[in-house]
Ligand binder design. Structure first.
Ligand code: TZP
Ligand code: MG
Length: 214
């Protein structure tokens, strides 16, 4: 995985897409410059998830934007997605790597310093998702918010070499502090999925990430 693929990572949530199709939201966000997509589908059935995954993969493949599937290694495998994102209660990282092989992108959510430390023993882990940086109505069953200081502590633990994306409550106005704390980029749900114009929202968020990194 190219590390700059983490700059603006769209994570989907159909319940926040204001009645619009996820496919349309993702298409618009691609036009706005997103660098990676995670399909995070908690409510649709498996067959619908696979259908959506195939359609989205068809959209993304020509653009080179990696498609990551949340939780479901089986779905990542059948649709040939570029990768899988797992949380601390999903399949373990070593098992996911065994199943998907060395080529797959595998990312892991990290919520605290002990989990960050454990990542140091995970050979080939592609990135960590520091979660949540700010508390967010999008996902309320989370650990306590890390804040920029907690994010900086995770960066010190995993070292400069580990790609790290920040998630949770990220919007245009807090991107500067998140990048300054050591994130390579930001993962967002509502800032794009619920935006009146997902393409414009993506463009503005990406501009802010690039400004923060320059
Ligand atoms: N994991 C930690 S916070 C979160 C996830 C999936 C939701 C982030 O959503 P938003 O709307 O970008 O705050
Ligand atoms: Mg999960």
């Amino acid at each position: 995985m190219k590390r700059n693929a983490l700059e603006l990572y769209l994570v989907t949530d159909r319940s926040l897409s204001l009645g619009r199709s996820l496919f349309d939201i993702i298409s618009a966000a691609v036009r706005g410059g997103i660098t990676m997509v995670q399909l995070r589908e908690k409510t649709c059935d498996t067959r619908e998830f696979i259908e959506l995954g195939r359609a989205v993969h068809g959209l993304l493949r020509p653009t080179g934007i990696p498609l990551i599937i949340n939780d479901r290694a089986d779905i990542a495998q059948v649709i040939g997605a570029e990768g899988l994102h797992i949380g601390q209660h999903d399949m373990s990282y070593p098992d996911a790597r065994r199943l998907l092989g060395t080529e797959a992108i595998i990312g892991l959510s990290v919520e605290n310093e002990a989990q960050a430390l454990e990542c140091l023993s995970f050979a080939g882990l592609d990135y960590i998702g520091a979660s949540p940086v700010f508390s967010t109505p999008t996902k309320t069953d989370t650990a306590a918010a890390l804040g920029p200081d907690g994010l900086a502590r995770l960066r010190r633990i995993v070292g400069a070499g580990m790609p790290m994306v920040a998630i949770g409550g990220i919007k245009q106005t807090n991107i500067q502090e998140v990048i300054r704390a050591g994130a390579d980029g930001v993962a967002v749900v509502s800032a794009i999925c619920s935006a009146p114009s997902p393409s414009q929202a993506a463009r503005e968020l990406l501009t802010e990430v690039e400004r923060a990194k320059s």
